[in-house]
Design a binder for this molecule. Structure first.
Ligand SMILES: [Zn+2]
Length: 455
């Protein structure tokens, strides 16, 4: 009898194990089926590792890439191909975040219920949120600089412009060697998958922390002599700024002012605020993870903490996270999460997916967002020049970041304040020099084109 009970217990255990295994398989099949199907060894879908079906279009139905028996074919114009390289992807799968690679499962038309049947009738048509013409404007405006430009609608999350450089022509891909400086990092989309020293754009975060944790911050005044000794470091400004309060310090971008605020607030407060700003997690853009930003406010001395408070030191920030942060400032502290797929259609152009906007968590309190919004608009009026942004109400913060290279890196970050054109943007130019002039001019050209196009 005892033996019988033991046997039936073993049987019961094995049956449970089988049920559990089956459930796990069905769950993984449901969740990961499309990536299993799009595995490049699947020769129903691929010939020599290249997808055989599927079309990638921009939001205005411009065909950017089409898969066929002989591989991917791209838009007929070389400039369009290069400007849209990192959004569209390449034919060899080297640009991991490009649509040809990252959306292969969706292009195949695989779904849990019907499997990959749509493959045999030409796959799916994926409409990106991108405007390929706007990408061309950005690509031209970057004038050969490495870096990235992006614009998105902070209410819907649609990424309208996303350009990374260096780029190349995917119709005749070059062999890129280790020593080739001009094409170094060409496979990386700098907007999604890289992080850089943010320079003074980071003062927005230090400013947020100060507004919320230092009681008398609004009435406090500070005298900038042009340099501030902190431990064995000297924080320096481009010139002595003299008597300052918070708003003016942000407009003239006073390093000494924000460095001493970071030291006063300490590492824990700075950590809380980069976390609240959403920098530490990164975003998931239709399955593409963006690179998380990174900071180290603790391991250095007060001088290093001071430099971290002005966006130098150990700060490394992802451009996409900065753009969303600018959107949140313009939108009461929360913005829409960025997205790249507008919708998916069948081969016969029947729409089969909905676009659903999703909001970020509260990145900044609504009150503080309102104050920052005003300060960033003042920056444009009092410093960058409203006439440089004709016909728009823009709020912005520039940055000039030193990373040891020959020339400084230029940043320009901000938003358009207009119910009809809710746009946030980021421009980053490696070796671009002074932030507001180099990157500011690129931002202005792209924003003007975006508004002309009705976004
Ligand atoms: Zn100063």
């Amino acid at each position: 009898m005892k033996k019988l009970t033991a046997r039936s217990l073993i049987c019961l255990f094995l049956a449970m194990l089988l049920a559990l295994g089956t459930a796990l398989f069905v769950f993984r099949w449901f969740r990961e089926g499309s990536s299993w199907v799009s595995f490049s060894a699947n020769d129903h879908l691929y010939s020599n590792g290249v997808l055989k079906s599927g079309t990638i279009l921009d939001r205005n139905s411009v065909i950017l890439a089409e898969a066929g028996e002989s591989g991917w074919s791209f838009h007929e114009n070389s400039t369009v191909r290069q400007a849209n390289l990192h959004a569209t992807g390449d034919g060899q799968g080297k640009i991991g975040t490009g649509a040809t690679n990252a959306f292969a499962g969706k292009l195949s038309g695989y779904n849990f219920l019907t499997g990959a049947r749509s493959l045999f009738d030409g796959g799916r048509r994926i409409y990106l949120t991108i405007d390929s013409g706007l990408n061309q404007t950005a690509h031209t405006a970057m004038a050969g600089h490495k870096g990235c430009v992006a614009v998105y609608n902070y209410k819907t999350g649609e990424i309208l412009c996303m350009v990374s450089a260096p780029a190349y022509d995917p119709a005749s891909p070059p062999e890129i060697s280790e020593e080739d400086e001009s094409l170094k990092g060409a496979y990386i989309n700098r907007f999604l998958s890289a992080s850089f020293i943010p320079g003074s754009t980071f003062k927005l975060v230090t400013c947020t922390a100060a507004l919320e944790t230092i009681e008398d911050i609004q009435t406090r005044s500070f005298h900038c002599t042009g340099s501030l000794p902190l431990d064995d470091f000297t924080i320096s400004c481009t010139a002595p700024h003299g008597e300052l309060e918070l708003g003016k310090a942000l407009t003239v971008s006073c390093n000494c002012f924000f460095a001493q605020l970071a030291v006063e607030m300490g590492p824990e407060v700075m950590e809380n605020y980069v976390s609240q700003a959403g920098f530490l997690e990164g975003y998931n853009i239709n399955g593409i993870p963006t690179k998380a930003s990174s900071f180290d406010f603790r391991s250095g001395n007060a001088g290093e903490l001071g430099w971290s408070g002005v966006g130098q030191g150990f700060d490394l920030v992802n451009p996409c996270a900065l753009m969303v942060y600018a959107g949140a400032i313009a939108n009461g502290g929360k913005a829409a999460e960025p997205q790249l797929i507008a919708h998916t259609n069948t081969k016969d152009d029947l729409r089969i997916s909905l676009y659903l906007p999703q909001k970020t968590k509260q990145l900044i309190s609504a009150d503080t967002a309102g104050q920052l919004q005003q300060m960033m608009k003042d920056n444009v009026t009092n410093n960058y020049g409203a006439e440089n942004f004709p016909g728009m109400r823009v709020g912005a913060k520039s940055g000039t970041a030193q990373d040891g290279g020959e020339n400084d890196n230029a940043w320009f970050l901000g938003f358009v304040e207009d119910e009809a054109h809710p746009l946030a943007f980021v421009v980053f130019l490696e070796g671009g020099g002074f932030g507001s002039s180099a990157a500011g001019s690129v931002a202005s050209q792209v924003l003007q084109a975006a508004i002309r196009a009705g976004y």
